[in-house]
Write a protein that binds this ligand. Sequence first.
Ligand SMILES: [Zn+2]
Length: 420
Amino acid sequence: MKRIGLLFVLLFTLTAYAQEKKYAGQPPITIVPTTSLPVQKQWKGEFTFPDSDISFSNDFIGARLNGVAKNQDGSFTVLITSENTPINMSPWYAFKVWSKSPRTIDVFLTYQQGAKHRYYPKLSTDGREWTAIDSTDYVEYEKGDADFGAGSLPVKVKLKLPVGKKALWVAGQELETSSHVKDWVNRISRKKFVTQQVIGQSTEGRDMNVVTIGKEKSKQMVMVISRQHPPEVTGYLAMRTFIETIASDSRLAKKFRRKYTVYVVPLMNPDGVDNGHWRHSKGGIDLNRDWSNFNQPETSSVRDFMNNRAADTKGKFFFGIDFHSTWDDIYYTVDPKLEGNMPGLVTDWLTAVKTALPNYEPNIKPNDQLIPTAVSRNYFFVAHGAESLVFEVGDNTPRDFLKEKAKVSANELMRLLLDR
Ligand SMILES: [Zn+2]
């Protein structure tokens, strides 16, 4: 009895300790050249086998499948490769698979040298609604023992997949491509106080869209961007709820929109997203290193847009936020000792979010090295005085919690901006 009690205490302590572990954040940003580099496009089509009725396909927009091999035992190995190297550990995969007769197959996910498996597989029958694969159908190999980062990942994984005539979709994160984003933009733009405009073209000629919420000529402005990095879908999902809350019919939102205008670029890297890039733009560049050089059309279109807005309205950007995803929820803020157009706003905001969400402890990493600006947060702050931050959502943060947090965050921000 005593022993069981001790074991229980030990387990409880270990669990409590595990829950307290927090992602320490990324190391300081490396400044790199941002002139364009070549990228490798993926071959698109069906992968079939003469001695099997199983077919794979990557013939759709977004994410990657770069090769499929049939193994001796009837299982399959797929290969996922990046647009170029060096590259971050964020292999973004998706494929469809089907067979003439229903059965269960084993599929190994493997990656180019140096890369490991990161995104937990999601399944779909229509490419729209996704469910995480059952953990009993998922096996990890050579998993690292770190809590976060590359050291926490398995080298490869095996999926047990039920296949039949109707294609099964398998993807690393929910597939949110430029057409899905466009659908969302069109939906939200039905509101009479929401408009959309094109502010430029990406390297491959896709539109750079800005959604405007509120009055056109307001002097009090907020800048929101998302998806500089293609697989960072959870950050994008949080951005959507954040914006939907600001565009909602609540009394707070209506009052807020009378005073402030919010500009949103929901998809900063449309080429990267549609080509299934792990990180970079079609220019082969991490766009979130180009906010001082502005060598890429995606970043320079937003720079020009913000400068034009500030000049046209003679107003100011009071707040700027850039939504991303990483290993765990974290906020990369500007050190509060540096003062922009509304000193203390971000600190007060995160305190308000903590108070509003029971048992939630925000993981905040301030930064005071803002020059060269390189990243959007620094540019928003240095060039426009906008109190700014990077809002990072964990890859595996439960989708209902990330929405709840985004909603609370939008409400607390509107309250604070109105109070000042
Ligand atoms: Zn990112």
